[in-house]
Write a new protein. Sequence first.
Length: 210
Amino acid sequence: MSDVIEDRVDAAVDAWLRWLPSWKPGTHRGRVRMCRRCTGSPVLAAAGIAGDVPHQVAHALTSRMQRIVDRAVDEFTERQLPGLHAELTGDALWDAGGFNPSEGLPPEFDGLDLDPEPEDGQPFLFTLAGLAEQAKPEPVLPRPPLTPEEKRRLRTEIELADQCAHDAGQRVCFALAAHRPRVQAAIERFVEPQIQAMLEELSRHLEPPQ
Ligand SMILES: [Zn+2]
């Protein structure tokens, strides 16, 4: 299992390194609010990414690592946790259909607010969140309630899935730490010059007229 995770982390770091040269400041114009995935993320600590790195750059990496953890949990659930697996696939059937704007996004945008901040007096004609709300299908059938025995088993399986997520997260961080020099060198090469240029541009505009 740990070899699989290591291989996936290697591949995800490679993919992130291929993406990074295309990054420009302001690639993502969505709402800037505290990101639950990145704030205090052990992934960023493992990668040696400091808090002043632009959020999109950090987020693209945390999302890729999150996908590895999610996939490990999904695989474990499918193999070992029949009750939870049935519950989740049942949920997927119940929730099937509709438009989910956050589905199938590249990892750079995964988990971010997609709609920009509304400006006063300029309402948007539509927002992605609004579209998703409209496209949500009416539930066809009420879900049958679980028996106490099913509930008990489900709780145990959820705990096991949590434990699996925790273990996978630790393995991801451990594997990622080995890539720290590559990650830091790439940020120095592709991100820092752009930040520097932006700051210089800004200070030129701020200079008082002669
Ligand atoms: Zn983030």
